[in-house]
Design a protein around this ligand. Sequence first.
Ligand SMILES: [Zn+2]
Length: 398
Amino acid sequence: MPITLDLNDSAVDSTTRRTLSNLSLAVAKCKKIVVVTGAGISCSCGIPDFRSSDGLYALVKQQYPDVVLKGRDLFDASLFRDTTSTSVFYTFISQLKRSIDVASPSPTHRFIKTLDTKRKLLRSYTQNIDGLEEKAGLVGSSSDGVRINGKGKAKIKVKEVRNVQLHGDIHRVRCTFCSAELLCTEDYLDRFNTGVPPDCPECVTRSKARVARSARALKIGTLRPAIVLYDEPHPLGDEIGSMQTADINRKPDMLIIMGTSLKVHGFKKLVRDFARVVHDAAPSPASASTSSPPKGAKSMAGKVIFVNKTAPGSEWDGIIDYHVVGETDAWVERVTEEWKKMRPADWEVQKKLVATGEVESTGTFTVAKDITNTIAVAKGKGMCFYPEQIHCLLTQEF
Ligand SMILES: [Zn+2]
């Protein structure tokens, strides 16, 4: 059974408080943390858990009063067998994307970015399609920056990916014929909203070029949201598999699971695989019995922490070590606060940066003097933080 730590009890219960503090210190000390997340981390951003929510479905219902399609069926690959359900899906996704477009990252998204900035994040894996990790500054598996356009076997530069989008990305579209992936523009969104998918511009260009030299026109595919439905393979399945294998081989020292009820089969396997290797990093019971047992945060190395409002099922006994009951935002804010108190040196460089505004190399990025007018370029990564994101880092992270 996992040890239950209710954030609401921590004010009155000293054991809960002490254990939570030890967990915070363990986060501060661990160096290879794997984070896996689900819909719960985006709830505070105003994005509903749409797989189980009726809210967005109600909007679609206005447009398609006679269609009964909801919940899981709206995300099942079989919907493409029927033109009406395909239209409902396109309309639904366009409305969902519009609600996501106005959302900002939560403290939990920014916490994952902080782990990355402080070089503690091995990698983040999410079930979410909202792309809020990327808005928080984490390079996602569908980012343009990681794409390889050549004819090689790999489609993305796996080393650059900080956040694996296990179910795809609502901000992108994919051609059903040539598999080209593009950003979802306003024009495409308007088309999806009417229930009719746009044509693939790459197919159109290729076909036109053929016609121009008097050859036969080619088939033109339509665009669809680049999200992964139930019973569909992920187009980056091989790359995701190799990232997971690489991360397991690097022996992660902590697994943090946040905002997911752990119900999706493939996701459960990923969590179990990571938990197994994380537990290998724990201090062995044999050494503890011969000498004094490790105390406090030291004994927390190699732990699996589950932060969610509801408890994990009994199938997770022996896999999850701690169940932190509460909002993920509340937990990450507590961890950050305690981390700053317990290991202030970890935060000193950035404080200096804020105080002086001078040119300062932190080892992860360089910021020039006039912060408001300058783009800071991540060293050697070709990644840009635009002024708005610098502002976000300065005001919210430190
Ligand atoms: Zn195409």
